[in-house]
Ligand binder design. Structure first.
Ligand SMILES: *Cc1c(COP(=O)(O)O)cnc(C)c1O
Length: 418
C-alpha cells in the first residue's frame, strides 16, 4: 500500500543543472579539494586511504581526536537508550553536565544549546535582561572589539562587526559598539549610560590568534565592576582545555559574569553552553529563552564523556606541556624560514603562524604535505591538533610544516628579502 500521495510525485522533473556533477550544497564555503571518510585519533583518512595529520581538529572541535573510544561508547550507549525528549522534561545528564561545568568554573547556572552562535545569543540576551530585570531596560548596548568573531546569526555578526559578514544582510542589529582590540582608552570612552556589558574573546580565534595584552582582562573586570557592567567572555574556541588551562581567562586570575562555550565541549558532537553567575542570570526566568534541541540526551552524554577526560587529573596540564613544546618547535621553524613565517602566536594547543605568503597558499602546501591546518584572519595559519595529540605527532606535524615552508620558498623569487 503506497502512502505517497500522487500529487507529491513529479511527472517529469525539469533538469536542475546543466552539470549533473554540480554540488547541490549552497556554495557559502570555499572547500579544499579533499574529503575524509574516517578518522583515527590525530589522523584523517580519505576514501583512497591517504592519511592526513589533523592539526585542524574541525576548527578546535574534535578536542579528543577522532573515534575516541570513550566518546564513541558514550554516544552509542545513549543512541540505544533515548535521543530526544525536549526541554519540557527533566534531563538528568544535562543536570550532571551543568553541575560539573559550574563546579569547574565561576558559574552557577548553564543554558545548553547547539552551537557557538547560539551560546553567544544566549549570552547577549542574558546581559540585556540582567539590566532590564534591575529596572534599566535602556542599558542594552554591548562593547565589542575589532577583529572579533562571535558567529553568523544576525546579532552575532553585529557583535563581530566585520563588514564582510554584515554586507547585504540589511540593517545591522542595534546595540553593539566596537572599539580597537586591546585599546583601554577607546573602551572607556565607549561606555555610556546605555552600556550593559563588554564582550571579548580572551584570544581572538578567527581574527588570527590575537591575544589580549597582559593585564587587559583584569582591567576589563575592574571597569565592569566600576560601571555595573557584565563581563562576557566568548570562550567558544579557547575553552575546555584548548589553551592549556580549562578556560583561557584563568590566565589572568579573573572571572567573567557570563561565558559562551561550544566547539571543544562536544568533541565533535554539536553542543553549546552559556554559563552565568546566578546574579547575572537574574532575568532569565521560565519562558524568556528556549531551544528545541539544546541539551538533548545525545549531546549531554557526549559532553559529559568529554569532561570525564578533560577534567581528569593532569590532562589540562598535559595540554600546557605539549603546547610549550609546540611553541618551541615553531620558534625554531620561524628561525629556519624567516621568508615564510613572520611570527608564532597562540597559547597551549591554540597555536598559529603569522605568514608572509598568503595563508591560502600555505594551507595548500601543508595539504600537499598531508597536514591539515586552518586559515584565520590576519594571514595566520592556525594549528589546532586534538588535545590528545602525542609528542611524536607534534614532531611529525612540525616536519610537515617544514616541508610546506620549503615548498613555498622554492616558489619564491630567488634572493627575495626576508
Ligand atoms: C566558532 C566561533 C563562534 C561561532 O560558533 P558556531 O558554532 O560556528 O556558531 C563564536 N565565537 C568564537 C570565538 C568562535 O571561534
Amino acid at each position: 500500500m503506497s502512502t505517497v500521495p500522487k500529487s507529491a510525485v513529479p511527472k517529469s522533473a525539469p533538469p536542475r543543472s546543466a552539470d549533473p556533477s554540480a554540488s547541490a550544497i549552497l556554495p557559502t564555503y570555499a572547500r579544499a579539494p579533499v574529503a575524509f571518510e574516517r578518522g583515527e585519533g590525530s589522523w584523517l583518512v580519505t576514501a583512497e586511504g591517504e592519511r592526513y595529520l589533523d592539526f585542524g581538529a574541525g576548527i578546535a572541535v574534535n578536542s579528543l581526536g577522532h573515534g575516541h573510544p570513550h566518546l564513541v561508547g558514550a554516544l552509542t550507549a545513549q543512541a540505544a537508550k533515548l535521543w530526544h525528549t525536549s526541554n519540557l522534561f527533566g534531563q538528568p545528564d544535562g543536570e550532571r553536565l551543568a553541575r560539573r561545568l559550574a563546579d569547574a568554573s565561576f558559574a552557577d547556572l548553564v543554558f545548553f544549546c547547539n552551537s557557538g552562535a547560539e551560546a553567544l545569543e544566549a549570552a547577549i540576551k542574558t546581559t540585556r535582561k540582567y539590566h532590564a530585570a534591575g529596572g534599566h531596560p535602556e542599558r542594552y548596548r554591548i562593547v565589542t572589539f575589532e577583529g572579533a568573531f562571535h558567529g553568523r546569526t544576525l546579532a552575532t555578526i553585529a557583535a563581530g562587526g566585520q563588514k564582510k559578514y554584515l554586507d547585504g544582510f540589511g540593517p545591522k542589529v542595534d546595540g553593539f559598539d566596537q572599539v580597537p582590540f586591546g585599546d583601554l582608552k577607546a573602551l572607556e570612552a565607549a561606555i555610556g549610560p546605555e552600556t550593559a556589558g563588554i564582550l571579548i574573546e580572551p584570544i581572538q580565534g578567527e581574527g588570527g590568534l590575537r591575544a589580549t595584552p597582559p593585564g587587559f582582562l583584569r582591567a576589563l573586570r575592574a571597569l565592569c565592576d566600576r560601571h555595573g557592567l557584565l563581563l562576557v567572555l566568548d570562550e567558544v574556541q579557547t575553552g575546555v582545555g584548548r589553551t592549556g588551562r580549562l578556560f583561557a581567562h584563568e590566565r589572568e586570575g579573573i572571572v567573567p559574569d557570563v561565558m559562551a562555550l561550544a566547539k571543544g565541549l562536544g568533541g565533535g558532537f554539536p553542543v553549546g553552553a552559556c554559563l552565568a553567575t546566578r546574579e547575572a542570570a537574574r532575568g532569565m526566568t521560565a519562558g524568556v529563552h528556549g531551544t528545541t534541541f539544546g541539551g538533548n540526551p545525545l549531546a549531554m552524554a557526549v559532553a559529559n564523556a568529554v569532561l570525564d577526560v578533560v577534567l581528569a587529573d593532569g590532562f589540562v596540564e598535559g595540554v600546557a606541556r605539549k603546547g610549550a613544546l609546540l611553541a618551541q618547535r615553531l620558534a625554531e621553524l620561524k628561525d629556519t624560514h624567516p621568508r615564510v613565517i613572520e611570527e608564532v602566536r597562540g597559547e597551549g594547543l591554540l597555536a598559529g603562524l603569522k605568514l608572509r605568503p598568503p595563508v591560502a597558499d600555505f594551507a595548500a602546501a601543508a595539504r600537499d604535505a598531508r597536514l591539515v591546518v586552518i586559515p584565520a584572519g590576519d594571514n595566520v595559519a592556525r594549528l589546532l591538533p586534538p588535545l590528545t595529540v602525542s609528542e611524536d605527532e607534534l614532531a611529525e606535524g612540525v616536519r610537515r610544516l617544514d616541508a610546506a615552508c620549503r615548498a613555498i620558498e622554492a616558489a619564491l623569487p630567488a634572493g627575495a628579502a626576508a
